[in-house]
Structures are given as C-alpha cells and as structure tokens.
Ligand binder design. Structure first.
Ligand code: ADP
Length: 462
C-alpha cells in the first residue's frame, strides 16, 4: 500500500514538474534528473515528517537554534520542490548547498550526538547519484575542507565549540579522516556501479536498435517474398489459361483432320502424334494451373454422394491400356466390409485426380514385368484407405522430405526419358488434405514404393 502511495506521489510530481515531457532516450542524464526529482520529493516528505518531532524537541530542550535551522532547511526544500521557474541544474545546486549547510550546522552544534555527519555522508552519495562522480568528489572535498577547518579551529583554539570539547584533537582528527576516507570509498563505489550500468544500458539500447532494424528488414523481405509469390501464382494462372485456350483449338483441329483424310496411314499417324502430344501438354498446363490455384488458396471442395467402386473401376479401366503398353501387371484390390461402405460423400473430381496422379506415377516409374496395384480398404465408417503400390525404381529416403514440393523431381539429370513436371505429388498431397486425410509414402530404392492416404467418407460431417 505504501508502495502504491509512493508511486502515485511520484506520478503526480512527474506531471507537476513537467518531467513527463522528457524521454528515456536521453539516457543517463534523464535517469539522473529523474532520480533527483524522486530524492527531492522524498526529502520533502521525510523532512516534514522528521521536522515536527525535531522542532518539538528543540523547543523542549531550549535549543532554538536547531529549530531555526531545521525550519530554514524545510522551507528551502519546499521552495525547491514547488517553485517551477528555476533550471534543474540550479535546483540541484541549491538542494546540495541547503543540505550541506544543515549538516554542517547540526554537526557543529550537536557534534556526534546529532545527524550532521550522517547527513553529510548521505549527501555525498546522493550528489554522486544525481550529478555524477566529479560532483561527488567535489562534495567530499568540501566536506574535507570543513573538517580541516574544524580541526584547525580546535587545535589553535580559534573558536570555542562545546560539542567537541570532550575529544582530544588527535582522536577527532582520526575520526574525521576516517569519515572522509569512507566518503571517498562510497563515492567511487557508487560511480563505478553507475558507469557499468550505463555501459550495459547503452549496449542494451544498441542491441535493441539492431534488433529493430533486423526485424524491419525481415518484414520487408517477407513482404517482397509474398508479393513475388503472388506474382508467380498470378503469372502461372494467366499463362496456363492463355496456353489452354489455343490448345483446345489445336486438339479440335486434330480431331477434324482425322476424319478429313482417313485413307493415308502416315497422315493419320502424324495427326495422332499432334493429338497425343497436345493432350499431354494440356495436362501439364492444367496441372500448373491447379498448383498455382492451390498456392493462392483458391481451391475449394465440391462434395457429392457417389459410389467409390465406380470411380475406382473407371480409373482402372482408363489406365489399364497404359499399364499393358508398358508390360506391367495392374491389379485392382478392393476390400469393403459391406455394400454401404462404397457410397461416400466427398469431392469426386479431386479423389479421381489424386488416384490418377499416383497411379500414373506408379506405372511411369515401374519397369516392364513389374506390378502396380490399387487397394481400397474400409476399416470403419468414417475413413477409406487407399494404397498405391508398385515394384518400381523406388525413391531414396533422403528425398522423402521434398518429394511433395511443387516442381520437385528426384532424378533431374538422368530423367531416363520419363516425362514429368514435378507437380503431380504436390497436387495429390494438397487434395488429400482437402479431403480430410494425409498423403504418406514408403519406398525403397530398387524395390518399389507405396503411397497411401485415408479420406473422410463423409465430408459434410465435422
Ligand atoms: P512428375 O511429373 O515428375 O512425376 P510428381 O510430382 O508426380 O512429378 O513426382 C515427383 C517426383 O517423385 C518424380 O519426378 C519422381 O522422381 C518421384 N516419384 C513419384 N512417384 C514415384 C514412384 N511411384 N516411384 C518412384 N519415384 C516416384
């Protein structure tokens, strides 16, 4: 509670003295001045609290001089705290002189019975704190001169100072010398500590500035990367669209040319080359368009209810000629618990696309005489599992991490005459996730690969 009260007082005083206009960025001078403000406020509060009993005691013991000097010191403190038309430097000076005078007088008048020596000791520390080492050392020097004058006066009996009458001058000399040495020690210790804290503060500020600068650069880089990503996606989508449209025209013409001159074998062969390559190109372009849409987050699911058996059979039948052409054994193994399991609610086109991409890869990367199999298993009502197994060339484990990245291919240099754009797996993975599953792989180089995934049987249910 006291702490909160003190914080409130401080807050009020900071506003009153218009210190709030200053900023921490000024560094050490700011903290020194702020500390002085707190000291001034606290000395006022404590001064007023201690003034009352001290005044009563002075009146009671008849030491009215102490009362006058205390009253004078308290009034000066109040003036310093509340009179605004004075610079902070001057205020510090008057504050120090005021406490000096109070301490000297108390020391002369009360000797070691009063608080004079303690006040001097404290004043040296405070000056070091709010004005720096140089001023602190000057304060100790003034203190030493005062003690020296005192010793000289007592030694040469220039003045009668009753409060020191009981001390031998040598003893007094040793006590006061010790006082000065302790004062020096504390001034050095405090200024050493402040110097180190200041250096640490400067270092901290420098690091903070560097960090802010780095953070700004990272943000700029991120923005630049995002912009270039968007541009890339927009460019790919645009160019794919622009290629697809004339491609449809070329394929349409090829179809027309087939019926135009049916008698000539070479002619038909050339037209078929145009047609098959055109379709291949169209597929690549469609895939690029799809991947750019995935990148831009423009893909959404379109759910319908359909029979999975029909889809699997359609895909199997469409790819069987390709597998046969390569001399592969192509198997279709389904394992459904009951008839109901074959009816699912999902995105038909995306599921077809996933299976086609994975099966085409399996066929592409398996050599003559190898096996390619598609298995669909339903373990429970919620998920359907698909396995695409081949006994092909396999994939080294090091590549597993990147294999699903767009445009990534394992065998870039030696393509072994296999066509591909490195997009199929990226699309399959993104689609599987849209259908509520995850695409995984297991593979051994030279032995074969298995890609598997599970999709939700009802995408409308959460
Ligand atoms: P691509 O059009 O090149 O086949 P994909 O994204 O479909 O692109 O596949 C990426 C790469 O993963 C392929 O280039 C190939 O190196 C490897 N890969 C994919 N499927 C198989 C597989 N069944 N067997 C061996 N390697 C595969």
């Amino acid at each position: 509670m006291l702490k909160r009260l003190w914080e409130r007082c401080q807050e009020w005083y900071v506003n009153y003295s218009e210190f709030s206009k200053r900023s921490e960025e000024e560094g050490l001078p700011y903290f020194r001045d702020k500390l002085f403000g707190s000291i001034l406020l606290l000395t006022n509060i404590l001064g007023l609290v201690s003034y009352v009993p001290s005044a009563v005691l002075s009146i009671y013991t008849g030491e009215l001089f102490v009362l006058y000097i205390d009253t004078f010191a308290v009034l000066v403190l109040l003036f310093l705290a509340f009179y605004k038309g004075m610079s902070l430097g001057l205020r510090k000076k008057i504050f120090s002189i005021n406490i000096f005078i109070l301490s000297f007088v108390l020391f002369l008048y009360l000797g070691f019975r009063g608080n004079g020596a303690t006040l001097l000791f404290m004043l040296n520390i405070m000056i070091t704190l709010y004005s720096g080492r140089e001023k602190g050392l000057k304060a100790v020097l003034i203190n030493a001169i005062f003690y020296a004058l005192l010793i000289i006066c007592i030694y040469f009996e220039l003045a009668n100072i009753p409060s020191f009458g009981m001390y031998q001058v040598e003893v007094l000399f040793v006590i006061l010398l010790n006082n000065i040495l302790f004062n020096l020690l504390i001034v050095f210790a405090v200024s050493f500590l402040i110097d180190h804290l200041h250096r640490a503060l400067l270092k901290g500020n420098k690091l903070q500035l560097e960090l802010i600068e780095k953070h700004k650069n990272v943000l700029k880089e991120k923005e630049r990367a995002e912009l270039s990503d968007k541009l890339k996606a927009a460019f790919l989508a645009n160019i794919s669209h622009e290629i697809r449209t004339p491609m449809y025209g070329i394929l349409g013409c090829a179809e027309f040319l087939k019926s135009y001159n049916t008698g000539e074998k070479d002619y038909l062969e050339y037209v078929e080359i145009i047609e098959s390559n055109g379709k291949l190109l169209l597929q690549v372009v469609s895939d690029i368009l799809e991947v750019s849409k995935i990148d831009a987050g423009l893909i959404s699911v379109d759910t319908t209810t359909f029979n999975i058996n029909e889809i699997i059979n359609e895909i199997y039948i469409s790819l069987l000629p390709l597998a046969k052409e390569k001399g592969l054994f192509f198997l279709n193994n389904n394992n459904f618990m009951n008839e109901h399991d074959t009816i699912i609610n999902s995105d038909k086109d995306k599921l077809t696309s996933i299976l086609k991409h994975l099966l085409k890869n399996a066929i592409k990367y398996t050599n003559k005489g190898g096996h390619v199999a598609l298995k669909c298993i339903s373990h429970n009502n919620d998920y359907l599992e698909f396995y695409i197994v081949d006994t092909g060339i396999g994939i080294p484990e090091d590549y597993f991490k990147h294999i699903f990245d767009p445009f990534y291919q394992v065998d870039i240099q030696n393509k072994k005459a296999l066509h591909g754009s490195g997009i199929g797996l990226a699309i399959a993975k993104a689609y599987t996730e849209l259908l509520g599953g995850e695409l995984s792989l297991e593979s051994r180089e030279g032995v074969g690969s298995t890609f598997w995934f599970a999709i939700k049987t009802n995408l409308n249910e959460n």
